[in-house]
Each structure stands twice: as C-alpha cells, then as structure tokens.
Design a protein around this ligand. Sequence first.
Ligand code: NCD
Length: 307
Amino acid sequence: MSFEGRHILAISDFTKEELLRIIKVAGEVDKDREKHKDLLRGKIAATLFFEASTRTRMSFQAAMQRLGGSIIGFSDVSMTSIKKGESLPDTIKIVSGYCDVIIMRHPESGSVAEAAKDAAVPVINAGDGTNEHPTQTILDLYTIKKELGRLEGLKVGFVGDSKYGRTVHSLVRALSNFNPEFYFISHPLLKMPEEYLEGLNKKGIKYFEETDLFKVSKELDVLYVTRIQKERFESEEEYKKVKGAYRLGKSLAKHIRSDAKILHPLPRVDELDPELDELPQSIYFKQAHNGIPVRMALLGLVLGKLK
Ligand code: NCD
C-alpha cells in the first residue's frame, strides 16, 4: 500500500484498507505533532482555490506549515492570468513546475480530475462542484472513529442538502465500506441523487428517505447536518423554495440519543442554532480542527514522507 505520488480525487480511488491506514497515520501525527515539524521542510504546496473556502484552504495551509513546508497559491481567481484568458490546463502545467503538490477547489464537478491530467505533481481535490470532497470525508471518518470508537455498522442520518452537498456524496461513498444504515432527511427537492441510491442498492446497503427528522432521529449514531447551498441553485426562486427547511435548535436534544454525535462540515447558516453548541453531542468544532492532523497525514503520505 503506497500513497506516494498519488492524486486524491475521489473516495472511490481508495480501498477500505487504505482509508483506515490514512486515519491511523493521522492519529499518529495527532499524538506527536512536534515529531513531524520538519517532515516536509523544503517542500511547497500550491493552493488553487476557484471557490470560497475558510476551513479547507486554511487547514491545508496550516498543515503544510506545521510540517515545515511552505505554501503558494491564490484564492481570488480575478488576480491570476486566468482573468487574462489563460486556460486551466496551462495554469496547471505552469504551477506544476513551482510546487510539489497542488490542492485545488473548483465550482465545476470533475474539473479537479481533469486538471490532474495536466499536472506533474499530485493533485488533491479540495471540493469539485457538487461532486466530491474527499479530504473532508477522511476527516469526518477520523472524527467519527475517534469520538464513537468505531466505523462499522453505524446508523447515519444526513439532514439538509443531499442533492448538492459534495461532503454528503463523498461520506456516503466512504461509509459504504463499513456496513452502515443511512437515513436521508431532506426537502423533496434536495433528495439524494438517484445515482448514489442505485450505488447503495447494488451494494445491498439499507437506506431510508424521510422529510421529518424527528421520526428517525432517535435511531441515529451520527447526525450529519449540512447547509443548503445557495450558490448551487439555478435561481433565487429555486433556492427560496427550500430555504430554511431545517432549523435545528435546542429541542433537538430531546429527539436524539445521549450517545449520538452531531457533525457538520461547516459553514452553517441557519440550520444549526449556536445554542446547540453546548450539547455534549455537538462535535462539529472538534471535527473542523481534526482537519489539521488529517491533512498533515495526507500531505506526508502523498509526498512519500509518511507510510
Ligand atoms: C463544505 C464544502 O465546501 O463543500 N465546506 C467545507 O469544506 N468544510 C460544505 C459547505 O460549503 O457547505
């Protein structure tokens, strides 16, 4: 099993054993960050962000720097030569000569995999449109394993945007390796796309579709909440039909088990009231902070410095 030189584009690029290996390495990094402080000394990562980001971009940057490496990149395309008409393949070919690894986010599904074809260095998908967000998923798996002690046989509910939510798409694919039961709770217009449900049918994975969260919430080991993604809708009217479909407040506490965990990739808008932050089940801030050891591990692995 080797990760050196590999792209990280989609969850399906990895076997269950490989996912478990990455999580294990992240745990080792987390235990002794000091030991890894010079691991990537002299290496450069480039963050090419064609879409807004706080956590993913900054945690990759922090992870690279915690490993002694450095960062170049952009988060405002209007300040690059793309603005002058340069193509994405040309940009990628040029940046490949400036760095050892590229971390890229783009609003178009499939664009990061397409860009990887022109790259001479490993490319990490930091979110491509509504498609996938594999590194978020690996940190989600890491968080679930750390907080619940297992990944096998969990009942996982997704509430919010199953249609456009790339974090949901990647996490469903990853958890499908671990004998799960899924509950997709959403407005009818934001249901899990058919292709994902077919994939679950083929694998014989049990799932339920529901609009009323409280009908199923007592079942859940994990409640994964997502934002309704305004920027993905074709028009403001379309968005208005589903806006505010789920606004979870303190009453949620009565409807979930005491040993359940609430995750959210963040940012939140109005779906999770800040009053929920005090609940012992709420672990979304811890989840976001786990992005550091997980992304340190991923960078070390693809650059061949961790095994
Ligand atoms: C998510 C994303 O960008 O897909 N955020 C993240 O990376 N933590 C979710 C979102 O933007 O709603």
